[in-house]
Design a protein. Structure first.
Length: 134
């Protein structure tokens, strides 16, 4: 049946929806409070010399699509940090921003040595207050 429908030109969700529409119920610009948290994380990393001359990434907030098997707090796609709006105002918000900015700066994926090294370097600089002047 599916083959016949395709042959007849009937469109399916998989080839009509954008990837964001498939992943999120909503995707929108951050409010002022969300932007302030994100900018604060970026500014701290910049002060510590951990932005590695990267431009600040864009930020969007999303509401996850209901019915998923896992809770997604963050994602990084094509230069844009996506933060789950359910994190807003929680202790997870700064952590979510930190993780996605790290993906942007390092261009590394989860569970890689580059990603791990970035956080080890950040921890070292925070513990020993080694701000870098560039």
């Amino acid at each position: 049946l599916r083959t016949m429908l395709r042959a007849a030109g009937v469109r399916e969700p998989g080839n009509v929806l954008t990837q964001e529409q498939k992943d999120y119920e909503t995707l929108e610009a951050p409010n002022a409070a969300q932007r302030a948290v994100f900018d604060g994380v970026w500014d701290k990393l910049h002060t510590l010399g951990l932005t590695r001359d990267a431009d600040k990434p864009d930020l969007m907030v999303f509401k996850p699509r209901p019915g998923g098997n896992t809770v997604v707090f963050v994602s990084y796609k094509a230069g844009v940090c996506h933060i789950n709006m359910e994190c807003s105002g929680s202790v997870h918000e700064r952590v979510a921003c930190l993780e996605e900015i790290a993906h942007h700066v390092t261009q590394a994926t989860d569970c890689t040595r580059d990603f791990q090294n970035y956080f080890i370097e950040a921890l070292d600089r925070l513990m020993f207050e080694k701000a870098v002047t560039s």
